[in-house]
Design a protein around this ligand. Structure first.
Ligand code: TXA
Ligand code: MG
Length: 313
């Protein structure tokens, strides 16, 4: 088998791993990503578990081009201009999710927004083509470690947590993509990265707003946080009168359960969807079963505490 044929076979195999809900590390021009089927809640939860993330930072959905991106998110004119100028490339664009966006709510950390990017790497694009849908991918390192720019870094950091690694050699850019948000009128720079601010500003003919200091923009903080309308009571052994119960494991009362078997990966996969569902059903008071604070339970409890605490006006 020649080199090209070998790569094609590897890409097909990787796409199949994604279809089965597995994790594939793949090269992009910035850093290696830890990829999963963006529309599969359980696969997305596995990404957080593999990284050992203490909270659910929203993930970037990688797509083949602007048309695929616009099927998932609503692009203002300026966002489209940037995409046309710099995609494929080290630029991530945050926009509002479309109403029927099939991407897992866990990938958006329950937010109404979605981060989108078209990576400029032949293997990444080949994988996206072969898979045929959006692929979420944070940097393929354990939480708190530096981002991997070679397949060996990925192996060292994640080991067996990843089902397959596509080796495309060292990444050219080596720092993560620049993240620009279009959620609040003027575009804002959320994360400096592989595409210079000046280059973006020159293209738009305007200055990018600052992400701003303070807790609002630290990853996983207030802004990156889904707060349900309902009030939450945590560590509840059972529902009180008037409360809807969100069960876990042996604590299950009624139809809404994070994981009947007490599986934290399944619970993470279901968390934001269930909170949205209960909101949609008009539930005002939700009692949540105790969830152990180990593994993904740390992130689940972090998100539940934020959801329980935050009551804007
Ligand atoms: O270069 C990259 O961007 C790499 C490669 C693999 O594409 N990926 C990457 O992903 O760096 P990650 O998960 O390590 O960083 C994603 C960044 C985080 O700062 C996150 O807060 C932000 O994007 N982000 C994702 N979705 C967002 C959203 N809906 N709103 C605001 N920020 C978001
Ligand atoms: Mg990262």
């Amino acid at each position: 088998m020649n080199h090209t044929a070998g790569r094609t076979a590897a890409v097909e195999q990787a796409a199949e791993v994604l279809r089965q809900g597995g994790l594939v590390a793949f090269p992009t021009e910035t850093v290696y990503g830890l990829g999963a089927d963006a529309c599969n809640d359980a696969a997305v939860a596995k990404v957080f578990a593999a990284k050992g993330r203490p909270s659910f930072n929203p993930l970037i959905a990688h797509v083949t081009g602007l048309a695929a991106a616009e099927a998932l998110g609503v692009f203002p004119v300026a966002a489209r201009t940037l995409a046309q100028a710099f995609w494929p490339g080290p630029l991530t664009i945050v926009v509002t999710r479309r109403e029927n966006c099939p991407v897992s709510r866990l990938a958006s950390a329950g937010l109404p927004s979605l981060a989108l990017r078209v990576p400029a790497h032949p293997l990444a694009l080949a994988l996206l083509q072969a898979f045929g849908g959006p692929v979420v991918a944070p940097s393929a390192n354990a939480s708190g470690r530096i981002s991997p720019t070679t397949a060996a870094h990925v192996r060292a950091s994640l080991g067996d947590a990843v089902d397959m690694i596509l080796d495309g050699g060292p990444c050219q850019v080596g720092v993560e993509s620049t993240v620009v948000s279009f959620l609040h009128g003027t575009p804002r720079l959320l994360r400096p990265g592989g595409l210079a601010r000046e280059t973006i500003e020159a293209c738009l003919g305007m200055t990018l707003s600052e992400a701003g200091g303070g807790p609002l923009h630290a990853p996983g903080q207030l802004e990156s946080h889904y707060a349900p309308r309902a009030t939450l009571r945590l560590d509840a052994e059972a529902p009180a009168p008037g409360e809807t119960y969100l069960g876990f494991g042996t604590h299950a009362h009624g139809p809404h359960t994070l994981s009947a078997s007490g599986n934290l990966i399944e619970a993470a996969a279901n968390l934001f969807r269930l909170l949205h569902d209960l909101d949609a059903l008009g539930m005002n008071r939700i009692a949540v079963a105790p969830v152990p604070a180990t593994g993904l339970g740390e992130a689940i409890n972090d998100r539940l505490r934020r959801a329980a605490a935050e009551r804007p006006s």
